[in-house]
Design a protein around this ligand. Structure first.
Ligand SMILES: C[S@@+](CC[C@H](N)C(=O)[O-])C[C@H]1O[C@@H](n2cnc3c(N)ncnc32)[C@H](O)[C@@H]1O
Ligand SMILES: [Zn+2]
Length: 308
């Protein structure tokens, strides 16, 4: 069983994290706007680890059937009413990114932002996301950049060149208890850009545009300048420095290349599958039973619980 960063253990309200991070939030919206440019009339979309729907405005008008998947059942239950009020077409589903409860070749679009650092088996996850993407489905992967400029400068100063090797890097514990008991081990991994690109490519994704994000994420800048000013420069840097990997966060767009023909599904029940064995489900209003392995799943307070 994979370790999961379970935000429910401490009742962690992730939305509080964003109270003082308007610059980072707007920076991400700017990148997503660029990456979604020219995409129209998509159908099924998956936001993995989508939490309380912070990024919904970036894809809601492009895809007719968006789904937020998150391991934190409590977050989805708590936020269901107000998310659905503003975004009535979105479905919220509790599931583990490693074991997605969907049929293969379903999603025309998908993204994962600020979640990959929690996954200590990223390759297993990449296989799973590739499985559920439809042929030519567009998938956007964000990750914390191991070789961002501060890390490189620090490495040069210490003459420690491990920052340049491509292997994922587990950040020291200090300050990284996100969603876990203080001091408990949680994966908090930073990744090398070419490692991510290679692994996605090996699975069948064609690598597309890449953008750095949050170039000015430094307390000193935030103290000295207004968010508006930071965003003015951020916009310029995102375009001017898209060829180097110096920012703390990086977004990569990819396309799932597959031979098979795309199937047309219109209802949620048609795309659901057993997260464990991928068998078909017998679905009633509050229960789903796998016809193959017989595992049962329930719908609680409007949210399907497919976590395994
Ligand atoms: C730092 S938050 C990011 C939320 C959102 N993507 C955003 O950028 O606003 C990480 C989210 O990933 C979820 N998560 C962590 N591990 C997961 C897993 N294995 N499967 C599904 N969700 C997971 C957490 O519950 C949490 O909501
Ligand atoms: Zn099953």
């Amino acid at each position: 069983m994979n370790k999961v960063a379970n935000y429910d253990t401490l009742d962690y309200d992730y939305s509080t994290y964003w109270k003082k991070r308007e610059y980072e939030h707007q920076s991400e919206q700017l990148v997503l706007k660029k990456l979604f440019k020219n995409i129209k009339n998509g159908k099924w979309f998956i936001d993995i680890g989508g939490s309380y729907g912070r990024l919904l405005p970036s894809y809601y008008d492009i895809y007719s059937n968006p789904i937020i998947v998150d391991y934190s059942l409590k977050t989805l239950q708590k936020n269901y009413e107000h998310i659905r009020k503003d975004f009535p077409r979105v479905e919220l589903i509790a599931a583990n990114a490693y074991f997605l409860p969907f049929k293969s070749n379903t999603f025309n679009g998908g993204l994962m932002v600020r979640v990959l650092h929690h996954l200590d088996r990223p390759l297993e996850y990449f296989k799973e996301i590739y499985r559920v993407m439809s042929p030519n489905g567009i998938y956007i992967q964000e990750f914390a950049n191991k070789a961002h400029i501060k890390a490189v400068l620090r490495a040069l100063f210490k003459l420690d060149f491990s920052v340049f090797n491509k292997e994922p890097y587990q950040q020291p514990k200090k300050g990284n208890d996100e969603g876990a008991k203080r001091g408990a081990y949680v994966p908090f991994l930073n990744y090398h850009t070419s490692w991510i690109q290679e692994k996605l490519k090996d699975l069948g994704f064609k690598i597309g545009r890449k953008y750095g994000c949050s170039f000015l994420r430094l307390n000193i800048f935030k103290k000295l300048f207004k968010t508006r000013t930071l965003l003015f420069f951020e916009k310029i840097f995102q375009t001017a420095f898209s060829w180097v990997n110096i920012s703390p966060s990086i977004f990569i767009k990819s396309i799932a290349e597959k031979e098979i023909t795309e199937k047309e599904y219109s209802e949620l029940n048609q795309i659901l599958a057993c997260p464990k064995c991928k068998g078909n489900l017998e679905i009633s209003s509050t229960k789903a039973i796998c016809t193959h392995c017989k595992k049962e799943f329930n719908k609680n307070e409007n949210i399907w619980d497919f976590r395994i």
